[in-house]
Design a protein around this ligand. Structure first.
Ligand code: IPE
Ligand code: IPE
Ligand code: MG
Length: 247
């Protein structure tokens, strides 16, 4: 019964799991007198930079919050623009992700995504399935509370359900590492329904940097701050962090 009493302690082999709430695209653009959509476009460039930098910085799994289930409340033109960007990203990026050993998975609901995107996601996941350098998870139409609710529905009737088995249902992935660090850009300090289960013991890092300006150095700074912390998981002793360059 130990697993139901203790938080899963981090494995040391596969690199850290970092989640990023990529916030501030709209304000970044507005301050420059540009449309919010231009900010989202610049945000895609930041995604490219961070995905490229992550493996060398000891990140094995990177979960990026791209569109929340509550973001459907935004004006239709912005939602349409964001979906178009997602479509372009999937089409243009798959080849280089596969070439660089990045395995892409998309978490969240797919049934509300506009025409063809769900299929494009399936194709991108299939094409990058064998990637071992980095597991890139993009959260689209994602709500952590809904993910937990869906898992609870699936778990109904399973006898002797363990915390680990329930985690697999929440994340949709067998043995996914708990989130080590959640970064949020743009100065906001809240989780906005992101990784509430997997992030139970995540360290939090908030930066004023707007997402379109975020780069490899900002990631390195966040990780340096993370590595300077002591994680205790409820006990009294510090649990060793994953090694600095573990992938
Ligand atoms: C984050 O930037 C991207 C999405 C939520 C899709 P925002 O669009 O939230 O930017 P701000 O917070 O309005 O500046
Ligand atoms: C959270 O940002 C979602 C994403 C970054 C995709 P929001 O900008 O939507 O969050 P709130 O509304 O400020 O909490
Ligand atoms: Mg925002």
């Amino acid at each position: 019964m130990q697993s139901s009493l203790q938080p899963k302690s981090p494995a040391l082999v596969d690199g850290l799991h970092v989640g990023i709430i990529m916030d501030g695209n709209g304000r970044w653009a507005t301050r420059k007198g540009m449309s919010r959509l231009r900010g989202h476009e610049a945000g895609v460039e930041a995604i490219r930079r961070v995905v490229e930098a992550a493996p060398d910085q000891g990140v094995g799994t990177l979960t990026l919050y791209a569109f929340s289930s509550d973001n459907w409340r935004r004006p239709r033109a912005e939602v349409t623009g964001l979906m178009a960007l997602l479509r372009v990203y999937l089409a243009s990026e798959v080849e280089s992700l596969a070439r660089n050993g990045v395995r892409l998975t998309v978490i969240g609901r797919r049934d509300r995504l506009p025409g063809g995107i769900a299929d494009a996601i399936g194709r991108a996941e299939a094409a990058t399935r064998s990637g071992r350098t980095l597991h890139l998870r993009i959260a689209v139409d994602y709500s952590a509370r809904d993910a937990i609710l869906d898992a609870a529905a699936k778990a109904r009737g399973i006898e002797g359900l363990t915390r680990d088995a329930f985690s697999d249902l929440v994340t949709g992935e067998a043995g996914l590492r708990d989130v080590d660090l959640i970064i949020r850009t743009s100065g906001e300090q809240r989780l906005s329904d992101f990784l509430l289960w997997e992030g139970a013991y995540a360290e939090l890092h908030f930066t004023q940097r707007m997402w379109p300006d975020f780069d490899a150095d900002d990631l390195a700074q966040a990780l340096a701050s993370f590595r300077g912390r002591e994680r205790r998981f409820g006990g009294l002793d510090a649990v060793p962090l994953a090694p600095a360059q573990s992938v």
